[in-house]
Ligand binder design. Sequence first.
Ligand SMILES: O=C(O)CCC(=O)C(=O)O
Length: 267
Amino acid sequence: MDEPSRPLHVALLQMNIKAGDPDANFRRLGELLEEAVAGDPKPDIVMFPEMWNTGYALDRIEELADPQGKRTLALLGEYARKHQVHLLAGSIAERRDDGVYNTAYVLDRAGAVRASYSKIHLFRLMEEEKHLQAGDRPGTLELDGIAAGMMICYDIRFPELARRLALGGARMLFVPAEWPNPRLHHWRTLLTARAIENQMYVIACNRTGTSGATSFFGHSMIIDPWGEVVAEAGEAETVLRAVVDPALTEEVRGRIPVFEDRRPALY
Ligand SMILES: O=C(O)CCC(=O)C(=O)O
């Protein structure tokens, strides 16, 4: 049975991903995960970045993607059970019968898959639409009695999706990403705006390092429902930790009743 809603310890694996080398990425993820669960207190939720299994090796993505996520889910199910943590397992390149999807999985402490979400908005600047299939439904989940939503990277440029998740009851928004230079300003501003306008936590895990000519700035962030940055990483590979208190969402929503004051009939 789910525990009652209480503050949660989260740990974000800001990882350097090797494009086109799933074996190396599985190894590195395992090391960072061990580092995360060795922390005191042990995290309730460990989160990973976007496409952490393959990186953006899009020209070989058919061959590299994990068929039905089987390798990922077998390994992560074992990790989750062994360490008794929830895994917001970033997203992976997942091969299905009709193509490759950029899919985020959520596993609970028992290692069971609780939710999945495939990225809805494909990022044309990186030609995702030529190699990936788009998801067709928003990502919702519930962990320890707390309703939350998921968006992947480029999705945060679409405020209507975050609002839809908030209206559906989400009190936290998880955002795995591979957000590159030079758009740190956009990353910080958009994440902060999604937190303030929806009065919910935004928990965003970006990758770091380089992939060909593209470099990634890290700056994984946890932003509270008032828009304050609770924790922010620099550029280095790291485990970023913070405590999130879902009760703060109610307090902030009570302070400025944005959801009651909406006039959707007019716009
Ligand atoms: O929107 C952006 O600037 C970055 C998005 C992106 O890199 C992605 O969705 O993979």
